[in-house]
Design a protein. Structure first.
Length: 118
């Protein structure tokens, strides 16, 4: 079994910054892609950013130039640096990871709330 634990969410003013972390633990041989999704009230979950095991990154258009995804393979941790935050970035942010251990399975974190408001 694998657990993903997120941290770093909170309340921030428009234009501010937050850094989210997501640490994976448990039965892990390696981790392929890791990513971040978000879900705002009344909306569907949407992809925000992803990073492959080769450090190739992908971003949704609405965060390009503002958010940066990175990972520390030694710690099985993925980060999301969020700058120039806007009220429309308010959502619950979830991380996921494609974990290899006698097979490949995707795991999800429990989510962390990000609120952008003055």
């Amino acid at each position: 079994q694998v657990q993903l634990v997120e941290s770093g969410g909170g309340l921030v003013q428009p234009g501010g910054s937050l850094r989210l972390s997501c640490a994976a633990s448990g039965l892990i041989s390696s981790i392929n892609a890791m990513g971040w999704y978000r879900q705002a009230p009344g909306k569907e979950r949407e992809a925000v950013a992803a990073i492959t095991s080769a450090d190739s990154t992908h971003y949704a258009d609405f965060v390009k130039g503002r958010f940066t995804v990175s990972r520390d393979n030694a710690k099985n941790t993925v980060y999301l640096q969020m700058n120039s935050l806007k009220p429309e970035d308010t959502a619950v942010y979830y991380c996921n990871a494609d974990v290899r251990y006698y097979g490949l399975q995707t795991y999800w974190g429990q989510g962390t709330q990000v609120t952008v408001s003055s």
